[in-house]
Design a protein around this ligand. Structure first.
Ligand SMILES: *[C@@H]1O[C@H](CO)[C@@H](O)[C@H](O)[C@H]1NC(C)=O
Ligand SMILES: *[C@@H]1O[C@H](CO)[C@@H](O)[C@H](O)[C@H]1NC(C)=O
Ligand SMILES: *[C@@H]1O[C@H](CO)[C@@H](O)[C@H](O)[C@H]1NC(C)=O
Length: 317
């Protein structure tokens, strides 16, 4: 009996003890929890706000591609676009449509083309097609035309060397290989699948600058009239039309660069025929230096000695 009672007591005692301990512990824990919840409230509120802000997607960039549902014919689009201004011609009757700055610059240098259409990123294909059309009609003697953008610093001396190194190239520029079309509508280069079916683009030339051999301008334009148009200009002209449909060769030269040097020494720009993402103020600063180097170069002097090491894509971004 005793043994058994004692045994029971021994058995229970720890149990009770344990329960007590837990109870005491839970009180402490509860108090700790209260304090930490109070302390965590502002932090939690801040975190929740940050997370919800992070999760809240901004509206996709404004872009209207629905007009492609009506027609993807480049010819239809070009038919509706009037030429307002071109070299050696200043038509006063259309002057009211021409932005004043363009009109004055054209008066001064006589080298501007103005077309009457909505200048918006998604209409870039039209801009390039209009260049091709104008060049094939008004400048058929051109050996090459160079299509580039206004945020590109062009070095005509190096561009000339690029052409000299590939005189028979059909299209010439910076070759970008095995990329995919962007199906994400938040991307600047978004192309819906109904607009272009190709998911993978085996090869195209970067639209920041590429050369088209004059002998192929007409055939590229006329073939483009048969290839459904889309908004990503360089992929459309250099891949879908020139390479995929016409089987033209896209020649790669890294000097026609879609990048720019990390360090803004004029000699690093000199080594390139084109540098991209350059601000107007940078162009104004570097261009006079390129002209000085160019003059020396014209006199057959060695220029930019010691910079050869940096003439690689790893020094560009
Ligand atoms: C250019 O883009 C705008 C906006 O996406 C569109 O409304 C317009 O019709 C396009 N085409 C021309 C020829 O302006
Ligand atoms: C793309 O391919 C061409 C030849 O097929 C090659 O010369 C070029 O270096 C490649 N482009 C890049 C950026 O590596
Ligand atoms: C495309 O051109 C290449 C040469 O650049 C040639 O080898 C190939 O046979 C041509 N393909 C077709 C389908 O004509």
């Amino acid at each position: 009996m005793w043994m058994s009672a004692n045994h029971t007591a021994l058995c229970w005692a720890p149990k009770i003890l344990i329960i007590k301990m837990v109870r005491r512990k839970s009180l402490v824990l509860a108090a700790l929890l209260m304090v930490s919840v109070l302390a965590a409230l502002p932090a939690g509120w801040w975190l929740a706000r940050a997370v919800s802000r992070g999760l809240m997607l901004p509206a996709p960039p404004p872009r209207d591609l629905t007009h492609y549902m009506k027609t993807k014919s480049l010819r239809d689009y070009l038919m509706d676009i009037d030429l307002l201004l071109e070299p050696s011609r200043t038509s006063c009757d259309t002057m009211s449509n021409i932005p004043g700055g363009n009109y004055l610059e054209s008066k001064q240098f006589n080298d501007i083309l103005v077309f009457d259409f909505y200048d918006q990123y998604q209409n870039l294909t039209l801009k390039t097609a209009l260049i091709l059309k104008w060049a094939s009609e008004k400048c058929p003697q051109a050996k090459f035309i160079f299509k580039t953008d206004d945020d590109v610093l062009v070095n005509p001396w190096m561009l000339y060397n690029v052409i000299k190194d590939h005189p028979n190239a059909q299209l010439l520029g910076y070759s970008i290989n095995e990329t995919k079309l962007h199906r994400d509508e938040y991307n600047k280069y978004f192309v819906p699948r109904w607009l272009a079916r190709d998911d993978v683009i085996p090869q195209y030339l970067s639209g920041t600058g590429y050369l088209i051999n004059g002998a192929y301008i007409k055939s590229i334009l006329h073939t483009a009239y048969t290839v459904p148009m889309m908004n990503v200009e360089d992929v459309y002209i250099t891949y879908l039309v020139a390479k995929k449909t016409l089987n033209l060769t896209l020649t790669h030269d890294r000097r026609v660069s879609p990048m720019r040097p990390w360090v803004t020494f004029s000699c690093l720009y000199w080594q390139l025929a084109a540098a991209h993402s350059v601000k107007p103020t940078e162009i104004l600063r570097i261009w006079p230096n390129l002209k000085i180097i160019g003059k020396e170069y014209n006199r057959k002097k060695k220029v930019c000695l010691g910079y050869e090491f940096f003439n690689k894509d790893i020094f560009l971004y």
